[in-house]
Design a protein. Structure first.
Length: 366
């Protein structure tokens, strides 16, 4: 029985070896067949455009805190949260009793100073009192007038009016509250125009600066948080002076009209900046592969051997990359079979036109 088992074992070993050799021969034959099927193309040169998206913060052109200018009890609140108020409308009133009394007292003292001045002037004209006495009386009158102006200002400060037309935010006080001077009452926002801030990386800033943004400010779109596009178009009006050292970005500001009041202070969204390129270099995404976050293509040499070459991507479009460095329009790049070849392999390829390669791209890269 042991002899029989040994014969069977040898037979199985021979059979497996034969199968392995046949499989290896089959793989080599398939590889040879694949070599004749590889497609290659050249980068496509054409004019194109693409959208850049930037997360943004939306702020009102004017957004202020309304604060109490005097100490006292809050007598009345004449506006409500979320209400649109017109410039000059009285919004808050403090109890004015003490300030009215101070004002009336100052006016009475001014009247007394006026009488004293007139009397002293008559006496000075008759040479009964000296000119110095007249000068002192005049100074006391001017002081009394100043006291009246100050008392009148304190009295006026008991009424807080809207400095511009805007939307009321949350109230921080209630009727009857004892207010200290400088205490916040509410916030007011002018939403007729909105400032939208977004951060741009240094490389993209340099691209925009080359287009002379200040003389020809780019127009931008705003994508709201629900994915809808805002109906009004904005204009980039300001670029801040310094880059953020931590992020390497610089802040841009776009101004948007807001006629319907849809945008509110503190909203978020995405700025969409359309960039147009002339004679851009396009390659199919499926012609690239990635190593350590870098993009590469296989460039086919004159000897038929392929060599991996890093490419710099300027923008990503549907199924294609816009390349700004690494290859030229005359380079031949491998379009398929990237996972079945290695650097320095010799391949047989069939060239297809660049426009045809881009026009018939698959939805997914290989």
């Amino acid at each position: 029985m042991k002899v029989v088992y040994s014969i069977v074992s040898i037979a199985l070993t021979v059979a497996l070896t034969s199968c392995t050799l046949q499989s290896s021969d089959e793989d080599e034959r398939q590889n040879q067949e694949h070599q004749g099927r590889f497609l290659a193309t050249n980068p496509l040169i054409c004019d194109t455009s693409f959208d850049r998206d930037y997360v943004c913060q939306i702020q009102a052109v004017q957004h202020i805190e309304l604060r109490a200018l005097e100490r006292g009890y809050l007598q009345d609140i004449e506006v409500d949260e979320g209400e649109k108020v017109q410039r000059g409308r009285i919004m808050f009133r403090l109890f004015p009793v003490m300030y009215e009394a101070e004002y009336n007292k100052a006016k009475a003292e001014m009247s007394l100073a006026e009488i004293e001045y007139r009397t002293t002037k008559d006496l000075a004209d008759s040479n009964i009192v000296s000119r110095n006495e007249l000068a002192l009386a005049k100074a006391r009158l001017e002081k009394a007038r100043a006291e009246v102006a100050i008392a009148q200002a304190h009295l006026q400060f008991t009424k807080i009016s809207a400095p511009f037309t805007g939307m009321m935010d949350r109230l921080h006080v209630r009727r009857g509250s004892l207010l200290e001077e400088g205490e916040i009452l509410a916030t007011l926002s002018d939403n007729s125009e909105m400032w939208v801030y977004f951060n741009v990386p240094e490389a993209e800033y340099l691209d925009l600066a080359a287009r002379d943004v200040r003389r020809n400010p780019p127009r931008v779109q705003l994508r709201l948080a629900n994915g809808e596009m805002f109906t009004q178009e904005g204009v980039v009006t300001t670029i801040e002076a310094d880059f953020n050292r931590e992020t390497g970005n610089i802040a841009f500001r776009a101004t948007f009209p807001n006629p319907d009041g849809l945008l509110r202070h503190g909203e978020t969204g995405n700025i969409v900046l359309n960039e147009r390129l002339r004679n851009a270099l396009l390659i199919p995404q499926k012609a690239t592969f990635e190593v350590l976050d870098k993009k590469y293509v296989y460039v086919i040499g004159n000897d038929g051997r392929i060599h991996a070459r890093e490419v710099k991507i300027r923008a990503e479009l549907p199924h294609v990359f816009v390349v700004y460095d690494g290859i030229t329009a005359t380079d031949r790049i491998l379009l398929e079979g990237l996972k079945r070849v290695r650097d320095n392999d010799k391949v047989m390829v069939r060239m297809i036109a660049a426009d045809s390669a881009v026009a018939h791209l698959d939805l997914h890269a290989e």
